[in-house]
Design a protein around this ligand. Structure first.
Ligand SMILES: Cc1cc2nc3c(=O)[nH]c(=O)nc-3n(C[C@H](O)[C@H](O)[C@H](O)COP(=O)(O)O)c2cc1C
Length: 331
C-alpha cells in the first residue's frame, strides 16, 4: 500500500491487482456511459442530454449581457434529440413535461438569436414541428421572480425546524399515507441538481411484507429496523452522464434532495432517519436482488419514515460550533 500510495498510476495498479473494492463502481460508470451514448439521439434510458442542454440554453438566455448568437456547439444535438423525441411513438423515456419545457426554451432561443447558417435551418425545422400537448399559459423559460414580498418562511422558523428535526428511530405502528410521501417528494425535487438532471429515484417501500426485508439491507439499522412503517431507498443512476468526471453527482444531487425530503417530512408530522449505505460487495449483491437494480443504479442512502413514537428518545447529537466548521479567507 505504501508503495502504491506514491502515485495515482501505482494506486490504480494496486486496485486492479490486489483489491477489488472499486470494481462495481467502475462497471456502473461504464454501463451508465453506454446507456447515455445509446440515448444520445432520442431518449432511451435517459433524457439527460435534453435536460442538460435545455438547462444550458436557459443559462444563455439569462446571461447579462445576452450574446446575440450562442450555443453553436450544442444546439444541433439538442435539436436532433428534441425532434426525434417529438416524432417518436411515445416509447422513449421522456415525459410530456420535459418536452413542454424544451419547447418553450427552444422557442425563446430561436426567437431571440440572430441569423446564423447553423441556427437558421434548425429554426425553420422547429417551426414545422407539432407543438407538444399541454403548452399554453405562462411559458416555462427564464423569468424574473417577484421579490417584492419576503419569503413566507422566516429564518427563525427554519432554524426552529432544523432544531426540531432529529433522526427518529422509533415509530408508531401506523402506515404512512402515500399522499404525505408525494408531498415531501414535491419539495425534494425542487432541490438544486447539476445541470438539472435529477439523476435519482425515490424507491418507496410501504408494503408491510417488503419493508422489513428492505430495511434489513443496510447494517446500521440493527435492533430497530423491524418497526419502520416505511423505508425509502434513494437510488442514483449513472446513465445520466457521458463521462467519469460527473460520477459523484449522483451522490451530491440525491443528498441535496434527501435533505429537502427530510425537512418536508418534518413539516408533515413525519419522522425520518437517514441510513448509511457503505460500499460492501456482499450487501450490494443482496441489494441488487431485493431492489431489482440495474448495473448503473447505485443505492445512495436509505431513509426510514413514519410517525414518531412520542415515547421514543432521540439522540442529543451535539453540533460543531461555527468557528470549527466555517473559515473566512484563510483566516
Ligand atoms: C449519510 C448518513 C448515514 C447515516 N447512517 C445511519 C445509520 O446507518 N444508522 C443510524 O441509526 N443513523 C444513521 N444516520 C443518522 C445519523 O446518525 C444522525 O444524522 C447524526 O447522528 C446526527 O443526529 P441528528 O440527525 O439527530 O441530528 C445517518 C445519517 C446520514 C446523513
Amino acid at each position: 500500500m505504501r508503495l502504491a500510495a506514491r502515485s495515482s498510476r501505482l494506486s490504480s495498479w494496486y486496485y486492479a491487482l490486489f483489491d477489488h473494492s472499486f470494481d462495481r463502481e467502475h462497471r456502473a460508470v461504464l454501463v451508465g456511459r453506454l446507456a447515455w451514448e445509446e440515448s444520445k439521439q432520442a431518449a432511451g434510458k435517459t433524457s439527460s442530454l435534453l435536460r442538460r442542454n435545455i438547462h444550458r440554453l436557459e443559462k444563455g438566455l439569462l446571461m447579462r449581457p445576452r450574446r446575440p448568437i450562442f450555443a453553436l456547439d450544442y444546439i444541433g444535438e439538442t435539436f436532433a434529440f428534441y425532434e426525434s423525441a417529438i416524432q417518436s411513438d411515445g416509447s422513449v423515456s421522456i415525459t410530456g413535461e420535459e418536452l413542454h419545457w424544451a419547447y418553450d426554451v427552444l422557442s425563446e432561443y430561436f426567437s431571440v438569436t440572430g441569423s446564423h447558417p447553423r441556427i437558421d435551418p434548425l429554426r425553420e425545422r422547429f417551426q414545422s414541428l407539432p407543438v407538444p400537448p399541454g403548452v399554453n399559459g405562462q411559458p416555462w423559460r427564464p423569468y424574473k421572480r417577484d421579490l417584492s414580498k419576503p419569503p413566507s418562511v422566516g429564518y427563525e422558523d427554519l432554524l426552529a425546524l432544523a432544531w426540531r428535526r432529529r433522526s427518529v428511530r422509533w415509530f408508531l405502528p401506523e402506515p404512512v399515507p402515500r399522499e404525505l410521501i408525494e408531498k415531501a417528494i414535491e419539495v425534494a425535487k425542487l432541490s438544486p441538481s447539476a445541470c438539472n438532471r435529477q439523476p435519482f429515484q425515490f424507491q418507496v417501500f410501504d408494503d408491510p411484507d417488503l419493508v422489513p426485508e428492505v430495511a434489513s439491507l443496510p447494517g446500521g439499522t440493527a435492533g430497530f429496523s423491524h418497526q419502520f412503517p416505511a423505508i425509502v431507498v434513494l437510488v442514483g443512476e449513472l446513465r445520466n452522464y457521458y463521462g467519469e468526471r460527473d460520477r459523484h453527482l449522483i451522490y451530491i444531487d440525491a443528498s441535496l434532495a434527501a435533505m429537502s425530503f427530510v425537512f418536508a417530512c418534518e413539516t408533515l408530522g413525519l419522522g425520518t432517519c437517514c441510513i448509511n449505505w457503505p460500499d460492501i460487495e456482499e450487501d450490494e449483491k443482496r441489494a441488487d436482488e431485493v431492489l431489482q437494480l440495474e448495473p448503473d443504479q447505485r443505492p445512495i442512502m436509505f431513509i426510514a419514515v413514519g410517525f414518531p413514537d412520542p415515547e421514543g428518545m432521540v439522540a442529543y447529537s451535539q453540533k460543531k460550533p461555527n468557528s470549527q466548521i466555517c473559515r473566512y479567507n484563510f483566516e
